[in-house]
Design a protein around this ligand. Structure first.
Ligand SMILES: [Ca+2]
Ligand SMILES: [Ca+2]
Length: 169
């Protein structure tokens, strides 16, 4: 396949990354952004130029939280598609606490794509009872996302982390 890059191509016509398609707003580095809708939602994104990794936690009501992990790894469309097409799942993701080993639960990355702007994109979410995020009892909790990209072309695994979300769950 031949790829033609036109630097004058209007941005509005460019293919957009999954994170942006899904309405996830790029945040400043290491910032914790409280967004208005839905209530009690928190998001932390790395916001780097080479990659953007976001953890989003929405209060779904009834003691449940929707926990979403997303990544845009801007490596270009062709390498991204090669990683997707290679054997095995390209992503594994989980939520960790800041303390000691820290593993809390895994998050399946179900929405995977390759595009010129966003490179390799992945996103997925789970609905979790509050208690799974309450990693410090009687105290504020510090949770973050870790997402691994398995590049089975070369047997290389790259690991990315989001900033922490600090909230009392
Ligand atoms: Ca707590
Ligand atoms: Ca902690």
């Amino acid at each position: 396949m031949e790829i033609t890059v036109n630097p004058n191509r209007p941005r509005a016509g460019a293919r957009r990354g999954l994170l942006r398609v899904l309405g996830v707003v790029l945040a400043p580095v290491a910032a914790i952004v409280l967004i208005g809708q839905p209530a009690h939602a928190a998001q932390a994104c790395t916001g780097q130029s080479s990659s953007n990794v976001c953890l989003t936690i929405d209060d779904a009501g009834g003691g449940l939280f929707r926990v979403t992990i997303g990544i845009d790894w801007r490596i270009g469309q062709v390498p991204a598609q090669q990683i997707i097409d290679a054997p095995g799942d390209p992503f594994t993701a989980a939520v960790f606490a800041d303390d000691s080993s820290g593993y809390l639960f895994s998050v399946p990355i179900t929405n995977v794509g390759a595009s010129a702007d966003a490179g390799l994109s992945g996103e997925g979410s789970v609905l979790m009872p509050r208690i799974w995020l309450d990693e410090d009892f009687n105290d504020v909790d510090e949770v973050l996302a870790r997402i691994k990209v398995n590049d089975s072309r070369f047997g290389v695994i790259r690991s990315f982390s989001s900033p922490q979300i600090q909230q009392s769950f």
